[in-house]
Design a binder for this molecule. Structure first.
Ligand SMILES: NC(=O)C1=CN([C@@H]2O[C@H](COP(=O)(O)OP(=O)(O)OC[C@H]3O[C@@H](n4cnc5c(N)ncnc54)[C@H](OP(=O)(O)O)[C@@H]3O)[C@@H](O)[C@H]2O)C=CC1
Ligand SMILES: O=C1OC[C@@H](O)[C@H](O)[C@H]1O
Length: 374
């Protein structure tokens, strides 16, 4: 035993991302907590659950309680935090039920389909005295923390940020029933990828002081050749009066990505996916900005010269241990075990959800109204 505080997790669904999150988290020696998976729920069979546990080499699989109803998991399960990773349209109902059961919740991004739904979740979380967090895992990585805490205060006033998240996850072989192409499953690049690109814009524009930032433009191109008008190439422009954010997404073109990314083949010399331009320096973040390990800083002006008189550039490297989706688990566990109820980074999540609402309104990106009720 590690002598660390044990944090017992439940998985609400055996999703693709749960197959990334738990192997990255469990047995993590450099984590602050001893994270354990103790219960799972799946719409699949017991055999599917057992295969999932075996395929993902989940420790102590034989003692994990398997539920075939996510409501039973929430009502009866014996755990500290539930990780919700179903398709986005299901998050809201599941979070509400988890709150009714006074559960601590890590819910995948986007936390809900719109800002109004998340406001309701926040209100209930505060009433129930539990901890809720959107699994915007990028915020909790070393390079992101360094950017916000150490670099942003030193680069002068941010004036413009370009933030792209494009990755060709929609290829010719993908079935229309995939969650990336099924509007009933919340398909669309803005909700799926835009949340990352907008998070970097939020870190740049509001990381030091929060300024009233609004969407002034949004346009969208649909996935070509597919039914359902699925948003793909989106362009969103934000402004707070002093700075401008230009955000882009795509699920069909590589953008700054390298298609081998998903084979965990890190994109060497990838093009910048984010570029933050301030008065003293610019900061470029190579793809994948969802998992940054390098900040390329270009300093401006005579006060930032090398000995040879050239302006200073530097690459700040903050390596990620493992895939990195585990860092957020320590953040929510810390709040749970130090009795700090509430919604972590609620305002940040709400700003991004509101910008996506506004951008969707301008660009005509819509979902069945039943996915958007509060
Ligand atoms: N943080 C990150 O890096 C990533 C985050 N995500 C987010 O995670 C969420 C899930 O994405 P992903 O893992 O690709 O999804 P998947 O399609 O892989 O898995 C979704 C799971 O949800 C369950 N599910 C699906 N439909 C229903 C239904 N109608 N009723 C009940 N359960 C259902 C199923 O679980 P079961 O078979 O066990 O019943 C299914 O396996 C999304 O919100 C996405 O934005 C996704 C990828 C990366
Ligand atoms: O959260 C995510 O991260 C990686 C993307 O490729 C994926 O589509 C998205 O859901």
């Amino acid at each position: 035993m590690s002598g660390k505080q044990v944090c017992r997790w439940a998985a609400l669904s055996l999703s693709n991302i749960a197959s990334v999150f738990f192997p990255d988290l469990l047995g993590r020696k450099d984590a602050q907590f001893e994270h354990q998976l103790v219960a799972i729920s799946t719409t699949g069979s017991k055999e599917r659950a057992q295969k999932w546990l075996a395929d993902n080499k989940i420790p102590s699989a034989e003692s994990i309680v398997i539920y075939h109803s996510w409501k039973s998991l929430l009502q009866e399960g014996n755990f500290d935090i539930v990780y919700i990773s179903t398709p986005h349209p299901l998050h809201y109902e599941e979070v509400l039920k988890a709150l009714e059961c006074r559960r601590n919740i890590l819910v995948e991004k986007p936390a809900t389909m719109n800002a109004a739904q998340y406001r309701k979740c926040i209100e209930l979380a505060n009433k129930q005295g539990v901890v809720v967090m959107e699994a915007m895992w990028t915020r909790y990585l070393p390079a992101t923390r360094y950017f916000k805490e150490e670099l942003l205060p030193r680069i002068g006033e941010v004036r413009r940020v370009f933030s792209d998240f494009s990755f060709p996850i929609v290829g010719p072989e993908l079935e229309n029933s995939s969650r990336f192409l099924d509007k009933a499953a919340g398909a669309g690049a803005l909700l799926d990828q835009g949340v990352y690109a907008l998070t970097w814009a939020d870190l740049a524009l509001n990381g030091l002081t929060v300024e009233e930032t609004r969407v002034v433009h949004a346009s969208s191109q649909s996935v070509p050749g597919r039914p359902g008008d699925i948003d793909d190439i989106n362009t969103v422009i934000l402004t707070n009066g002093k700075a401008t954010g230009i955000i882009s997404t795509s699920m069909t073109i590589p953008g700054s990505s390298k298609p081998a990314f998903y084979m965990r083949l890190q994109a060497k010399k990838a093009a910048p996916a984010v570029r933050i331009e301030a008065t003293e320096a610019s900061v470029a973040i190579p793809f994948p900005s969802i998992r940054p390990e390098e900040l390329h800083v270009q300093w401006y002006g005579y006060q930032h010269l090398n000995e040879d008189g050239t302006e200073r550039d530097e690459v700040i490297r903050k390596a990620v241990q493992g895939w990195g989706i585990w860092y957020q688990a320590d953040v929510i566990a810390e709040a749970v075990f130090t009795n700090k109820p509430g919604v972590i980074d609620a305002e940040e999540s709400l700003r991004v959800l509101q910008w996506m609402d506004d951008a969707r309104g301008m660009a005509g990106i819509t979902y069945d109204t039943k996915l958007e009720t509060v």
